[in-house]
Ligand binder design. Structure first.
Ligand SMILES: Nc1nc2c(c(=O)[nH]1)N[C@H]1C(S)=C(S)[C@@H](COP(=O)(O)O)O[C@H]1N2
Ligand SMILES: [Mo]
Length: 257
């Protein structure tokens, strides 16, 4: 007598639970759709520096980058070096945006903009008079090749000290451009000040050839080739990311190894 009644109760319970489940699922879907619409309608990141993404996504990427940078980057951690004999005699060359031909060294000066707006004009001789640092390491290009190569020049950290740029070095970034401003990179200060970062004027113990960035190029072993700007024309300092040729085309801004 009680049985059918009891069955109805179970039935009702099942229906109620199904109803609750669908209800919760609906809330979940609405939430997901809402989140997607929020992201879809969110503003794009500030244009010019990286290649375009919704601001919240870029923010997440930048946070991740900072996290891994702090975890992995250590000033005293040196990139592996090799004996001189292992350096390639025929050095690979990769793209020459802003470095076509040979620039007569007397037509060149390095222009450095200080925090107060003052522009230093530094000659190649001034740089060559300072102690030279050499490095033989495995240069890596994002296109998938690498090569042990031998470079000589002025340590960037020594350049900062000698030219009294300590205040500038407290800023977050260094920007470098070719004299024609066709190729440009932004470098975070810890990587620029890394003890293996050079303003190089020699390759295999000879003056840099035109296509390898004569008269002065950046050699920054903690970064991929794209950041190793050939033929530096000017240097600036900032607390925001300087523009960067390959980052604008979607490559990783940090491009560290
Ligand atoms: N000015 C300038 N610097 C540049 C480039 C360029 O096209 N123009 N190419 C970069 C890339 S992608 C690489 S791999 C290295 C290659 O240096 P290399 O030609 O001396 O091997 O230079 C970097 N610096
Ligand atoms: Mo490259």
């Amino acid at each position: 007598m009680n049985k059918p009644e009891k069955e109805t109760t179970v039935d009702q319970q099942i229906r109620r639970r199904t109803f609750i489940s669908f209800g919760l699922f609906g809330v979940y879907v609405a939430g997901a759709v809402g989140a997607w619409r929020w992201l879809y309608k969110s503003p794009n990141e500030v244009p010019g520096i990286t290649s375009g993404a919704h601001a919240p996504l870029r923010k997440a990427l930048n946070k991740t980058e900072i996290f891994f940078r702090r975890l992995a980057f250590n000033e005293s951690h040196l990139v592996k070096t090799y004996p001189k004999e292992m350096a390639a005699k025929k050095v690979r060359f990769n793209s020459d945006i802003g470095t076509e031909g040979v620039l007569p060294p007397e037509q060149w000066t390095l222009q450095v903009t200080k925090k107060n707006g003052q522009v230093l004009k530094i000659s190649l001789d001034q740089i060559k008079q300072l102690p030279k640092t050499e490095i033989i390491y495995d240069f890596k290009c994002v296109e998938g090749w690498d090569q042990i190569s031998h470079w000589g020049g002025l340590k960037f950290a020594d350049f900062i000290k000698h030219f009294g740029l300590e205040e500038e070095a407290k800023m977050d970034f260094v920007g470098m451009e070719t004299p024609d401003q066709k190729y440009y990179v932004g470098i975070d200060m810890p990587s620029a000040l890394h003890p293996q970062t050079l303003l190089a004027y020699e390759m295999n113990e000879k003056s840099l050839p035109g296509r390898h960035g004569q008269p002065l190029r950046l050699i920054i072993p903690v970064k991929y080739g794209i950041k190793n700007l050939k033929r530096i024309g000017n240097i600036t300092f900032s607390n925001t990311r300087p523009h960067d040729y390959w980052a604008e085309l979607g490559y990783d801004y940090y491009s560290g190894l």
